[in-house]
Design a protein around this ligand. Structure first.
Ligand code: APR
Length: 229
């Protein structure tokens, strides 16, 4: 079967690259309140705090290296005879560092956004309140990250992929945040086979036909090798 494969990735695929997940023990949401650092209201209230949160993650992500799971997905995209679309909730850029392309539904740490005119530009390593927009010159720069309460990016394109894929795989996501957590249902309704690769059960495990349980750096290369055999 050389059909179309859609792969959704979450923070778990980058855990073994040293980047923290959100909801595991000691995760990012154990150390920061979502409403303070990942909402438009939090940014309006204290932009310096929000910039500090993303500056730290941007610097950490810039130094992080892709692991065997990212590399296996890049190999799948390169060697699979059909189309392979990676949709990532992650903002760390590790799929690209491994040589893959990905749709970034939650934005990217490497990108800055002007909340006045919508212009995007490569983010400096550290941003501060009042970051000037290179296009309209308003001091309205913000992290180009989709916050809670905001619409994820590329949803129409993602919906088309879910409707037309033959196999949907979810890697390293807890399935607690929609719309990403609902993608498996959309793909299954459209007739796709479904598989979850995760270190543990997720909120949506029962929605998948097949499962691979273990660290992504082990189970993803194994899964890709089976597909390419
Ligand atoms: N290998 C595979 N899976 C792992 C590993 C690993 N080494 N380590 C952790 N996991 C799994 C956990 O079992 C969990 O299911 O990764 C998942 C991490 O879940 P979350 O921390 O909730 O991350 P994620 O699902 O990506 O969060 C979704 O929530 O906060 C928002 O925008 C943020 O994109 C994020 C979204």
């Amino acid at each position: 079967m050389a059909g179309k494969i859609v792969v959704l990735t979450g923070a778990g695929i980058s855990a073994e690259s040293g980047l923290g997940t959100f909801r595991d023990e000691g995760g990012l949401w154990a150390k920061h309140r979502i409403e303070d650092v990942a909402t438009p209201e939090g940014f309006a209230r204290d932009p310096a705090l929000v910039h500090r949160f993303y500056n730290a993650r941007r610097i950490q992500a810039a130094e992080a290296l892709p692991n065997a799971a990212h590399e296996a997905l890049a190999r799948l995209q390169r060697d699979w005879p059909g189309e392979v679309v990676i949709v990532t909730q992650n903002v760390d850029g590790l799929h690209e560092k491994a040589g893959a392309t990905a749709i970034h539904m939650h934005g990217e740490l490497s990108s800055a956004l002007c909340y006045r005119c919508g212009h995007r530009w490569p983010s400096p390593p550290e941003m501060a309140p009042g970051e000037p927009c290179p296009a309209c010159h308003a001091r309205a720069g913000r992290p180009d990250i989709v916050w809670f309460g905001e619409m994820p990016y590329h949803m129409d394109e993602i919906a088309d992929h879910l409707q037309t894929c033959d196999l949907f795989a979810s890697i390293g996501t807890s399935g607690q945040v929609y719309p990403a957590a609902g993608f498996v249902q959309e793909a299954a309704y459209a007739g796709a086979r479904t598989i979850e690769l995760n270190l543990a059960d997720s909120e949506i495990s029962r929605a998948f036909e097949d499962h691979r349980v273990g660290p992504a750096s082990r189970v993803v290369p194994q899964w890709v090798a089976e597909l390419l055999a």
